[in-house]
Design a binder for this molecule. Sequence first.
Ligand code: URA
Length: 482
Amino acid sequence: MKTMPYAAIGAHYAVHLPAPDDFAFWRERARALIQCDIPPDRVSWVEPGMTGDLFGGEALMPTDRRLPAPPSDAPPVRANRRFLGVAAKAALHSDPTRFALLYRVLWRLQRKPRLMEDRADPDVRRLEELDKSVRRDAHKMHAFVRFREVADEDGAPHFVAWFEPDHHIVRAEAAFFMRRFANMRWSILTPRGSVHWDGETMREGPPARREDAPGGDPVEDLWRSYYASIFNPARLKVSAMLSEMPKKYWKNLPEAELIPALIAGAQAREAAMVAAGERAERAAPATWDDLTAQLAACRDCPIANCGTHMVMGEGPRQAPLMIVGEQPGDMEDRAGRVFVGPAGQVLDEHLARAGIDRQAAYLTNAVKHFKFIWRGKHRLHQTPTAKEVDTCRWWLEAERALVRPRLVLALGASAARSLLGRTVSVNRERGRAIPLDDGAELWITAHPSYLLRLEGAARAEQAARFAADLALVHERLSALAG
Ligand code: URA
């Protein structure tokens, strides 16, 4: 007989989760429990491997029993995007009480739909702490996983890394490494489980031990020279570095052994380092100052070397709406500000007509430098290549991680590619929400400069379509805010 995931001790129900990171399972069961009107103090959430201690001893360890089916006329469960975004991350935390907290908040949201806006509420605060700590762990994993090269049975190179996450993030973060190292065969081994990528499919494996991972090899030398080239003595702050790169990670980082020497020789190396400017794997910037400084120093693609300025995004740091253009134009490059030229004017007019407040949105570009060719005295805009868009994508992801908008509006194909990581047809994708991996919604429309290139009836037609897209975005923003 199939074991039901619910259990009861008297009037007390328990849900046995199949895996500690199974948010989808929690969500489905939590909905059913809410619809059965089971209050939080009558539910226990049990993860694999949990002992009776958490419930006050073996005698109180919940056992299985069927939960009544939700009544057919039960009202739908309310869960706004803000809650779902935070909850999906918080569910990965190692705190054993996290699922109970999530259920308590979901229960309370049915009675107080704006609960998530109450930052003084202890449950909301705790949920945000969990969310933040999981994001930080993921950031560390992105930055500190180091692959060692071994040979597969068929002799092909296979890259293996060891990492010790604080939370249950391994399965969730596997997609990041899949995107970044799509063509490599790799494995990430951790004490919480492993993931293996063969270039086509992802496979999960059991927890590993440190000894299962290989030791040093030439990839380490590569990392060492890499790290030495990106280490920036001009911005050296030892305390900040330690908080970004806690010592507990050092043992797994081949380049960490360089740190004392690099610190000692920092000033002498400064001039040479500033000039070096090589393509580098960087830790995702955790603050706006870091992002701006790192972006200003970026020379990862040829556009950055063509004499223009880096134009940073601008707008409120927690804006619910992020608008992404293609790249700064001539006027933006001169002013150092996004969307201040002719395309910006068209955008402003349409935003105002749609009732979208530009000042409340964060505006940025897929590519942060102006790409152009000289025609006489004029600098003519050049569309960035897909490779340039992809190279700059890392920065847009860093901006999104800091702003965390609920809705992202992509203007044109370059912006859409940057956000989705693949080329899409604007006409086919416009006018509907596309889910992004962080829970935000992506909406795609044309670039305002496209309208500027048209005339007469064609322009009027495209302007109407653009206006219709913005009207939908406005409607959706209002719904998300409510
Ligand atoms: N076009 C864009 O895509 N971005 C700007 O900032 C200006 C024009």
